[in-house]
Design a protein around this ligand. Structure first.
Ligand code: AMP
Ligand code: GLY
Length: 420
């Protein structure tokens, strides 16, 4: 079959790498793709948030199946438009994507379904929001309601910080995303990510992961999109996974179906676990980036069968075949990230690295210039490995990192420290 993947980061490189291993995949196109993806698939320039353009492109190229990587096209309704055109698509409808595109919507779904989450208030004006934080005290968490590219959450240690965040959000720093604000109780515990597929009825767990959001070693410094990840997450024991399914995921899916907006796609539940009890931090309606990279390393080619079963409503008959293995990805970023960084620095040493079922460098933000690979984003490479243990996966990943010659980049040496 002909498959189109929308997106151009490390997540989409990993999806393309896994999907392409499946014999069902004939032609594989990734839009827009990047320099690493171009080595294994066709890349196409396409405005992936323009649903009409995506549908026309899919028809013109006889695409049988579209896999949507990032949240923006989902929030823009690309899945709805493809469904209307009769093109099979992996990814939730615009209405169901509200589980990521509106934090207030998710909190209301938690209220209706009884899913445990942080206590909260929802505000449309700064004065009421400030009064709420004064009444609650710090630490407290201030969130812009809408999509803010991972920057719309402020964990405030003090009341002054919380009030500054409220002023900033209502002051328009986050554009439309900050016109409404959710303020939450600060939850303590250990964070982990739980990934399930849902076809509107059946829920199928496909793995757990933990990432490192802070830029610096020892989990210090500003937040990033993620500096590394590993799977599985030790804190997600069978018992915790079972509770997360029974208390959070299934009630959410049932409430979405009851409202006439069933959820179909991958649901990424960000959880806070304390004393074996999971609470919901947030939902994302897509694979995590870089969590997807470690999941794809572990799942391999079967992922295409799983995504197809999900899109076709056949998850009840689908099975995941797990090897008892571990995977780790180390993010290499451009110096300066998550602040200002330079583009265009040359990355050497990539050609001699192993590329097999246990080793892969996924490209997150690269371009080709004069026959060389150059940095073209903040997070640039995801050096990913699999092993029988997390130690082995780590040693393999850092073994590759150490052979990459990129003076313009940096990485954290301590990915996985909590689990190791
Ligand atoms: P989000 O963008 O919703 O994933 O939030 C970013 C990060 O902020 C999360 O990964 C958590 O580390 C933290 N966070 C968000 N909400 C809370 C909360 N209610 N309590 C504690 N930490 C939180
Ligand atoms: N790594 C976090 C995310 O994809 O949202």
């Amino acid at each position: 079959m002909n498959i189109l993947i929308l997106g151009g980061g490390g997540r989409e490189h990993a999806l393309a790498w896994a999907i392409q291993q499946n014999p069902k995949c004939d032609r594989l196109i990734v839009a827009p793709g990047n320099a690493g993806i171009a080595r294994i698939a066709e890349c196409a320039a396409l405005d992936i948030e323009d649903s009409g353009a995506v549908a026309v492109f899919a028809e013109e190229n006889a695409v049988d199946f579209v896999v949507i990587g990032p949240e923006a096209p989902l929030a823009a309704g690309v899945a709805d438009r493809l469904a209307a055109a009769g093109i099979l698509c992996f990814g939730p409808s615009q209405a169901a994507a509200a589980l990521e595109s509106s934090k207030a919507f998710t909190k209301a779904i938690c209220d209706a379904s009884g899913a445990p989450t942080a206590a909260y208030g929802h505000f449309t004006d700064a004065e009421a929001a400030r009064a709420y934080v004064r009444a609650q005290g710090a630490p407290i968490v201030v969130k812009a309601d809408g999509l803010a590219a991972g920057k719309g959450v402020i964990v405030a240690e003090t009341l002054a910080e919380a009030e500054a965040a409220i002023d900033e959000m209502f002051g328009g720093s986050f554009g439309g995303a900050g016109a409404e604000v959710v303020i939450e109780e600060f939850m303590e515990g250990e964070e982990a990510s739980f990934f399930v597929l849902c076809d509107g009825e059946t829920v199928l767990p496909i793995g757990t992961a933990q990432d490192h959001k802070r830029v610096g070693e020892g989990d210090t410094g500003p937040n990033t999109g993620g500096m590394g990840a590993y799977s599985p997450a030790p804190v997600m024991t069978d018992a915790v996974c079972a509770r997360a399914l029974d208390e959070i995921v299934r009630p959410t899916m049932a409430e979405m179906a009851r409202r006439g907006t069933p959820y179909r796609g991958v649901l990424y539940a960000g959880l806070m676990i304390r004393d074996g009890a999971p609470r919901l931090v947030e939902y994302n309606v897509r694979f995590g980036d870089p969590e997807c990279q470690v999941l794809m390393m572990r799942l391999g080619g079967q992922v295409l069968d799983l995504l197809l079963a999900c899109a076709e409503g056949r998850l009840a008959e689908a099975r995941v075949n797990w090897a008892d293995d571990h995977a780790m990805t180390v993010v290499m970023a451009a110096r300066g990230y998550p602040g200002a960084y330079e583009k265009g620095s040359v990355i050497g040493g990539l050609d001699g690295l192993p590329e097999d079922s246990a080793h892969m460098v996924f490209h997150a933000g690269t371009a080709e210039a004069g026959g060389q690979v150059v940095a073209a984003g903040g997070r640039v490479l995801n050096v990913t490995a699999r092993g029988a243990s997390l130690e082995q996966a780590r040693d393999r990943a850092y073994g590759m990192v150490d052979r990459i010659d990129w003076p313009g980049g940096f990485f954290r040496r301590d990915i996985g420290w909590r689990a190791l």
